[in-house]
Write a protein that binds this ligand. Structure first.
Ligand SMILES: *Cc1c(COP(=O)(O)O)cnc(C)c1O
Length: 395
């Protein structure tokens, strides 16, 4: 794998040089005010990225998966019921985690390629007159299938049913790259990690709680120690941590969130949308289809591309790595071997995206697929040429 090439996996994402420098720092005393000068601005920036006025943000030395565990263990008790849809590998794994914590999960099976069925949620929530369901879990962007679900619609389902359940959203592959509105959507807990939209190395779970989610913690009895937000809250007030923080990553997060806010969140989202649309035009030019079942579901951070029937999509990923030193994502779970994924989130430009599209083309031609060299590149070029120049420069 050439380290000169960008990666096209949907996380960890490419790390801009300036962010690498911010992460690489000498040891400081993590109980000193100097640490607070990184921690508090990083938290304030994350809140802005989430479009929240008052969410409490916690940064654990962990990953997105630890963020899920933080959400569950700080709000629920053994035997509590939660509602979730399974429409890809990440929603599947969150369900699995709940079950391993002794929660009862009402699972709505959805096709891999479909979004969260908000209408089905509404029926189930309406039927739950005793309000046994404590939490609705929603994966905003299914990284396995390249499907973005409509979180506002999930909120409307809760409201239409008049149901008081909390809404937890996995935004690991959307936050910082696609529009996310914690307050507007009434999200009670938002979860992400450092290595996707925030363009950092892996190592931080980034978790935001609404006041209602925090209040649920007062009676929740699932065991929690490392991920107990009460300990975090207490020590944050004194610029500290209950244990040793990942200082370099927190400094990096302050820096990377500054970068996102300086570019302007709407510009960041527009850039991701434009890059993604170029990839989608290329896919169409190749005569291939996306795993996402309809255009409104298409993710702007990752495209899962169906290989022709009977062809093992993993061969594309393997050949790209071996022959060209370029990383694409393999298919996971039910779509293993059926899709390959082009990650297009984080630090990426139109020009970088073109190199990924060109590589995918070379690989598919090498493997004998009926693709014409340059066809996808030309379709994307055609689209990128018409992008707004000012926005293009901002990336
Ligand atoms: C990457 C990802 C995760 C897992 O995050 P880790 O940081 O690897 O623990 C969870 N959910 C989604 C949607 C993801 O894309």
């Amino acid at each position: 794998m050439s380290q000169q090439n960008p990666v096209f996996i949907p996380g960890p994402t490419n790390i801009p040089e300036a962010i690498r420098k911010a992460v690489d720092m000498p040891t400081i005393d993590h109980r000193s005010p100097a640490f607070g000068q990184m921690l508090h601005p990083a938290i304030a920036n994350v809140r802005k990225v989430l479009k929240s006025e008052a969410a409490e943000v916690f940064l654990f030395p962990s990953t997105g998966t630890g963020g899920w565990e933080t959400a569950i263990t700080n709000t629920l008790s053994p035997g509590d019921k939660v509602l979730a849809a399974r429409n890809g590998m990440f929603s599947h794994r969150w369900i699995d985690m709940c079950q391993r914590h002794g929660l009862k999960v009402e699972v709505v099976q959805a096709r891999w390629g479909a979004g969260i069925p908000a209408d089905r949620f509404e029926e189930i929530l309406t039927a739950d007159r005793g309000h046994e369901i404590k939490v609705v879990l929603a994966t905003h962007n299914e990284t396995a299938t390249g499907v973005r679900s409509d979180i506002a619609a999930v909120r409307r389902a809760l409201d239409a049913a008049g149901h008081p359940a909390l809404l937890f959203v996995d935004g690991v592959s959307s936050i910082g790259s696609m529009d996310f509105r914690m307050d507007d959507w009434g999200v009670d807990i938002a979860v992400t990690g450092s290595q996707k939209g925030f363009m950092l190395p892996a190592g931080l779970a980034i978790v935001a709680f609404s006041a209602k989610a925090k209040a649920a913690g007062e009676t929740a009895t699932l065991p929690r120690t490392f991920f107990d937000i009460r300990d975090m809250e207490r020590t944050y007030a004194a610029n500290g941590y209950p244990y040793t923080p990942a200082v370099g990553l927190i400094n990096g997060l302050k820096f990377s969130s500054d970068m996102l806010l300086a570019e302007g969140l709407e510009n960041v989202f527009a850039r991701h949308h434009r890059i993604a649309e170029g990839v989608r035009r290329a896919v169409a030019a190749w005569g291939l289809r996306l795993c996402a079942e309809s255009p409104d579901l298409c993710s702007d951070t990752v495209s899962a591309i169906l290989a022709p029937e009977g062809f093992n999509a993993t061969e594309i990923v393997n050949r790209a790595a071996a022959a060209y030193g370029v990383a694409f994502g393999t298919g996971l779970g039910e779509v293993a071997g059926k899709v390959f994924r082009i990650g297009h989130l984080g630090s990426l430009t139109d020009v970088m995206a073109l190199s990924g599209i060109a590589t995918a083309e070379m690989v598919m031609v090498d493997l004998g697929l009926p693709i014409r060299l340059g066809s996808g590149v030309a379709a994307a070029q055609d689209f990128y040429r018409h992008g707004a120049p000012a926005k293009r420069a901002a990336a």
